[in-house]
Write a protein that binds this ligand. Sequence first.
Ligand code: SAM
Length: 332
Amino acid sequence: MLPSAGERQAPGVALVPGGREVRMVGRIRPGGRQARGGRGERARGTVAAAPERVALNGRIAEFYDESSGLWEDVWGEHMHHGIYREASPPKSHTAAQVEMIDEVLKWADVKNVNRMVDVGCGIGGSSRHIIRKYGCTSTGITLSAVQAARANEITAAAGLGDRGKFIVADALDQPFEDNSFDLVWSMESGEHMPDKRKFVSELLRVCAPGGKIIIVTWCHRVLATEEKELTPPEKLLLGAVSSVYALPDWVSAEEYKKEFAALGIQDVRVEDWTADVAPFWTAVLQSALTVKGLRALMSVGPTTWMGALAIPIMRLGYQTGLIKFNLITVQK
Ligand SMILES: C[S@@+](CC[C@H](N)C(=O)[O-])C[C@H]1O[C@@H](n2cnc3c(N)ncnc32)[C@H](O)[C@@H]1O
């Protein structure tokens, strides 16, 4: 059951897409209960976010509110790239997406998970897979009320309702206590974050000592030493992608490293898996051109149509080496 507009925000929401500010009355503990702030504790989210951030969040929410049903119909529960390594045998796209989660966890050397936060959770595909794999709990946050409702619905139907819950909340102002989670997971949401320093500092804040932060995200290429910025055609291409997929300015993986370093974290592992995901956007294009894909597209609105039109631009971005699929991990 999808929520009505009036039910848009979950308790603890910091900022509602569309511009309304919601005051937090406390923080949410990993188990899902809301904790009242103690004396002297500032309730997160009581300070109005910058108008540009409110506007961007509104566009992100609108994009995913409108397009998530279509994506689920055509592609299923995972809203991220699959992994297609040359040596591995052909597999379904869903299997490639699940393999992505497993390979990322292996790469980051994640052995056990008790409590995870799924930052930018979509409809909860990563959470459910990781809950099953490690027997942990997960709290997912998304800006889309439609996604949060659907994620809770699928998770309950899968019999995991006591382990996974999903709420509308802003990754830049998370309604959680410090040190709450031993796995902080962000699969393809970092590219939406307009303030990378704040993003990274929130991930660090909610991560428990010894816990892992994993960010899998779209970046632009790392600039050469003599370069000051991307070329005008490159900026044009990224601008087109950003306007369609509701993204702020892009950064390179080096800039993530700098943000962590500014917060005192030097040991940041970064890897480029662009080659491993190369077939993904061609597959998305092919799926959009099937009868099912075209029918599904007809049933949604212009925001999603523009998303489909941008698929060739993404392919071009990867082919020219401008867009990178990066993994970043840190142990707190
Ligand atoms: C491409 S989807 C990825 C979904 C999910 N991680 C997956 O792999 O299936 C991007 C997600 O990031 C979320 N997102 C973007 N900006 C956000 C923010 N500031 N706070 C919380 N979630 C955000 C969107 O709502 C959406 O759920």
